[in-house]
Design a protein around this ligand. Structure first.
Ligand code: FE2
Length: 262
């Protein structure tokens, strides 16, 4: 990857496997990425499996202090990878702005933890991201989110919709993006995951709205057997003619290397 000319790597979170296994093992492997990197943490990166289940049912059953400790331990395991939460960094000449971490749709996820950051209402969440974007330097902007914005469809094939229908996108993210579009003249893209696009299921992974590009990078499986080897999927983003362009790419992994689709 270091030879591909990339200026950096952005991760959209959800590191562990289905049963929350290998969280720190995965983080430690990611920490060796030979490029500047940033991450926004997902709903499985810190909350326990039981807390994620409760949140899916919109039940406030979370130990916010425990999550804070888990976040600190995970951020330590990530080494040089910059964890973003309503904050920004630069990767090459791109400004990367991290949105609300641990987002999983339906509502402002894990409100007990959000309250420790002063975020209680949707307006608070919008303002936190917009203010971070206002403080960031000029340049192409990549908004890094775990769950995507609302308003991109509810037909089950939209990038952040439920398979049986319904918009799972986050309204605070959508509102902040609209505000940022009015504040910043350069190209803006929002990159997120959370809702998996299983190969062949027809789910769209690109959308354009308000002059922004939205990219759902949560392709499943991410690793596939091809002949004698395994290829890994990622999405390359670049600015061309003043616009963000996304391209799905594959890179071969070393033969015999373990695979993980978690
Ligand atoms: Fe997720």
């Amino acid at each position: 990857m270091a030879d591909a000319g990339y200026g950096g790597v952005a991760f959209v979170g959800d590191l562990p496997g289905r049963w929350h296994q290998r969280l720190h093992e995965t983080a430690a492997a990611m920490a060796t990425v030979p490029l500047p990197a940033a991450i926004v943490l997902g709903n499985h990166d810190g909350p326990t499996a039981a807390e994620v289940l409760a949140e899916a049912l919109c039940v406030d059953w979370l130990d916010a202090a425990r999550l804070e400790r888990a976040r600190s331990e995970l951020i330590a395991s990530l080494g040089p990878i910059r964890e973003l939460a309503w904050s920004w960094t630069t990767l090459g000449d791109v400004v990367v702005l991290g949105a609300r971490p641990h987002a999983m749709g339906r509502r402002l996820s894990f409100p007990r933890w959000l309250a420790t950051r002063g975020i209680v209402t949707e307006d608070h969440a919008v303002d936190a991201l917009v203010e971070a974007g206002r403080a960031a330097p000029a340049g192409p902007l990549l908004v890094l989110a775990h769950n995507g914005p609302s308003g991109l469809g509810d037909d089950g094939r939209a990038p952040w919709s439920l398979p049986w229908g319904g918009d799972l996108g986050d309204r605070d993210l959508r509102r902040a993006l609209t505000a940022l579009r009015g504040l910043r003249p350069g190209p803006i893209a929002v990159v997120a995951g959370h809702v998996h696009r299983r190969v062949g299921d027809g789910r769209r992974w690109l959308a354009e709205f308000d002059g922004l590009l939205a990219v759902n990078v949560a392709r499943f499986p991410r690793h596939e057997q091809r002949g004698d080897g395994v290829v890994a999927h990622h999405v390359a983003l670049e600015v061309a003619d003043g616009r963000w362009v996304a391209e799905a790419r594959q890179v071969p992994l070393n033969a015999g290397r373990g695979r993980s689709d978690g």
